[in-house]
Every structure is written in structure tokens, then in C-alpha cells.
Design a protein around this ligand. Sequence first.
Ligand code: FAD
Length: 291
Amino acid sequence: MKIKDILRKNERGFALEFFPPKSAEGKNAFMKVVNRLRAYDPLYVSVTYGAGGTTRDRTLNTLTWIKEETDLPVMSHLTGIGATKTSLRALLEEYEARGIDNILALRGDEPKSVPDFDPTKGEFRYSRDLVDFINKTGSFSIAVAVYPEGHPQSPNIEKDMEYTKEKIDAGADFAITQMFFDNRYYYDFQDRAAKQGITIPILPGIMPIVDCKKVTEFASFCNTTVPRDILDRMEPVMDMPEEIRKLGVEFAVRQCEDLVRHGVNYLHFYTMNRSDSVSEIVNAVGIKSQE
Ligand code: FAD
């Protein structure tokens, strides 16, 4: 089912993002997580795609497992960097054949795991080009990534919004944000997007913190601010994983409750392939799919 129709039908709800397990042996553990979270009735689930196609088959297999074992609507992430039109046309045909009809169209970043990776061999410069390419097939509902604090490579937030509008106008039905921890960035982004004439749903990407060090490293890579009050609470318990996880749930609940109070109807959770934190957050916030 196309997510643009799901969002039209459901007044509110939440979505879940997973990454593909490293090997086929991970399937059982992965599907247990999916099935546990499925009980909360997510709007859709998405599976990430290693930039440059490094998880092409694993992403496809993971989406296929979910489709075979559940009735959940699925979305594939897909990156254009380094890819040719011929290779992505073949992949899109494969998606269509398997009933995968939603795609998060991304540029991606150069994969560090491929030392001789040459992005100039690709035929998609920006995600806008990939959105346009997918849109022309007429077969998919398309999402794009957006950045409340600006993409790290954007010269400034004005240009960032201009390019955001361009990629949405190329044919995106909805957008999902980079993680953020201070909702003011999201509300400001919403205002700036509305002024730019952007009207599609913008789902906030919520990251429940489970590993303080990893999240702060990733946050600095992707230009996300981790507020001082969050760091102050986490630093004293840095070496106590369960304490950090509980704090991560507390922060995410506070963040989601504030978003809901401000009229945000959809949330997109970065699950990190775990069910514990997200189920606790969804229970506490009480956000369930509602037609
Ligand atoms: P673009 O929209 O192409 O933007 C990239 C940069 O180019 C920006 O700085 C933008 O301002 C600039 N730009 C855009 N258009 C123009 C133009 N016309 N002229 C000049 N500059 C321009 N990565 C993965 O590899 N796999 C995943 O599964 C994945 N999932 C993600 C999910 C979400 C929700 C988010 C937020 C990110 C995800 N990413 C993923 C990361 C993403 O690939 C990176 O953030 C990447 O650096 C940018 O991708 P994009 O699609 O936003 O690029």
C-alpha cells in the first residue's frame, strides 16, 4: 500500500525505521523485533540502504521477509550516489515485482567501506534527480529526507530550504527529518517550509538514545545539536547502558509529548533494530494509528 494513501487515511500514527541485519542468520532475531513492534500498529516500516548500494541485496531481502511474514506496509530507502540509471531501473522493477511500493529517495554519502568508490560514475547528483527518476515510473509513493538544522553540506539554511523545496517539487509525497533533540529546530523548520510553499507532511525523525557516545558522534557528523541538559543527565551514567537507555526513553517521551501537543500527528522512530525503547515510548505517549 502506498504511504501517501496511508497518511491520507490515518489522522495520526507512527512509523518505524530498521536497518538490514548483517546476515541471513539474523533473520529470526530481527523478525522478533518487528513482530513485537507490529503489535503497536505502525503506519509503515522502512529499511535503510547502504550508500552506494552496499546493502542492496540485504535491504531487498529484509523488505521481502517483512512482506512475507506480516501485513505491514514497507518502504525501502534508496541512494542515488554512484548509481547508474540502468542499475536503479532494474532495482525498481524488482521492487515493483515484490510489491514494495514506497521509496525514501536519498543522495547518500560516499561509502567509507568502499575505498575506490567513484561518485562521478553515478548518474544522480542530488536526491532531486532520483526523486524525478522514480516519479517518472508512476509506481511508487516517494519520501525525501529533510534537515531541521540544515544539511551539513548546505551553505546556509536559506539555500538548504530552496533545495528542499526543489526535491519535494520533483515528486515527493512526504518528508522525514534527520534526528533532532530540541523541538524548536523542528517548529522553525515547519514555519520556514510553510513560507516556502511546502505542504506535504513532514514526519519528525525521533532517535531514542541507547548509546550516548555513538549518538553524540553521529550528531556532530550530521549537524544535530544535543542540548546541554540532555548531556548533563547522561554524562554521569555514561558507563551504565541501562541507565542511558532509560534516560533516552525519558527524553524521547518528553520530546514526543511536546510534538503531539503542538499538533504533530505522525512520528518516525529510528528503532536501531530494538523494540524495548520504542514500545515504552509509544505506550507512554499513546500515539497509535487512528483512522
Ligand atoms: P540531497 O537532498 O541531494 O542534499 C545533499 C546536499 O546537496 C545538501 O547539502 C543540499 O543542500 C545540497 N543540494 C541539494 N540540491 C542542490 C543543488 N541543486 N545545488 C547545490 N546543492 C544542492 N543514508 C544512507 O546512505 N542510507 C539510508 O538509508 C539513509 N536513510 C536516511 C533517512 C533519513 C530520514 C535521513 C534524514 C537521512 C538518511 N540518510 C541515509 C542520510 C543521507 O543519505 C545523507 O544525509 C546525505 O548526506 C544527503 O542525502 P539527501 O538525500 O538529503 O541529499
